[in-house]
Design a binder for this molecule. Structure first.
Ligand SMILES: NC(=O)c1ccc[n+]([C@@H]2O[C@H](COP(=O)([O-])OP(=O)(O)OC[C@H]3O[C@@H](n4cnc5c(N)ncnc54)[C@H](OP(=O)(O)O)[C@@H]3O)[C@@H](O)[C@H]2O)c1
Length: 241
């Protein structure tokens, strides 16, 4: 019986690549999304991966969504906390709404998703939690005080939870992508991308979503059982911790 993997924000961008890679590796995959039904339904029709709509910033919605996935597919053994948003702005102009939206999805979402699944992982003495953080949580980024704070918080969460899960066969790791060619990054004006961002990436290009997905597949595998509490950077050499 193949293991069940749940990918938040698994219908688009990096999450879609992760869902597909996990499916190709033999997992039964469920992909969560927030509200873009058109993209999610097209993704599901194309890949055969079932999609489930709920907002990871709501604990109650997560608990209900997880219960539905588990009723459909079985206990979730691999959780990929990938859903994320940006609401950029210089701090002096940042509104409480911009702050709260990003913290709600990108940081609280990890608590809301992991907490309802954690006890089952402990009971079964196996689990993989993989958190998609960001280079900008490692180094900070102007115009992203909210996003950088949330993504740095994801790394603290990863390290603390790794220590709690270790004796129970649960690993908890984070991946920090650099700039990856998804809609989130393609939304940046092309001039800014070509003149300011790509020149800062030593390999001279954006990353591909599949390059992040392959790390997830490895971290989810039995081969990665000794790796926990780690942060894997995948940023084309842009930043070393
Ligand atoms: N792209 C990059 O260069 C980059 C770099 C570093 C880190 N990251 C991180 O990687 C992750 C994926 O980024 P991406 O570029 O692939 O994003 P994306 O293309 O914008 O896709 C975001 C996905 O997350 C879902 N989502 C957003 N808010 C949600 C919520 N509250 N509840 C449930 N699902 C939600 C979206 O659902 P809908 O389709 O319904 O909107 C969508 O499936 C994020 O955590 C991001 O911060 C990205």
């Amino acid at each position: 019986m193949s293991r069940v993997a749940l990918v938040t924000g698994g219908s688009r961008g990096i999450g879609a690549a992760i869902s597909i890679a996990l499916k190709n590796a033999g997992y039964m995959v469920a992909a969560n999304y927030a509200g873009n039904d058109e993209a999610a339904n097209a993704f599901s029709a194309e890949t055969g991966i079932p999609v489930y709509k709920w907002d990871v910033s709501s604990y109650e919605s997560c608990a209900a969504g997880i219960a539905k996935v588990e009723a459909d597919l079985g206990p979730i053994e691999i959780l990929v906390n990938n859903a994320g948003i940006t609401r950029d702005g210089m701090f002096h102009k940042m509104t409480p709404d911009q702050w709260n939206a990003v913290i709600g999805t990108n940081l609280n979402g990890l608590f809301n998703m992991t907490h309802p699944i954690w006890s089952g992982m402990r009971d079964r003495s196996f689990g993989r939690v993989i958190n998609i953080s960001s280079i900008n949580g490692q180094k900070g980024q102007m115009g992203q005080a909210n996003y950088s704070a949330a993504k740095a918080g994801d790394l603290g969460f990863t390290k603390a939870l790794a220590q709690e899960g270790a004796a129970k066969g649960i690993t908890v790791n984070a991946i920090c992508p650099g700039y990856i060619g998804t809609e989130m990054v393609r939304a940046i004006p092309e001039k800014v991308l070509n003149e300011r961002i790509i020149p800062q990436i030593p390999v001279g290009r954006l990353g591909e979503p599949e390059e992040i997905a392959r790390i997830v597949v490895f971290l989810a595998s039995d081969d990665a059982g000794f790796i926990t509490g780690s942060t894997i950077s995948a940023n084309g050499g842009q930043f070393f911790v």
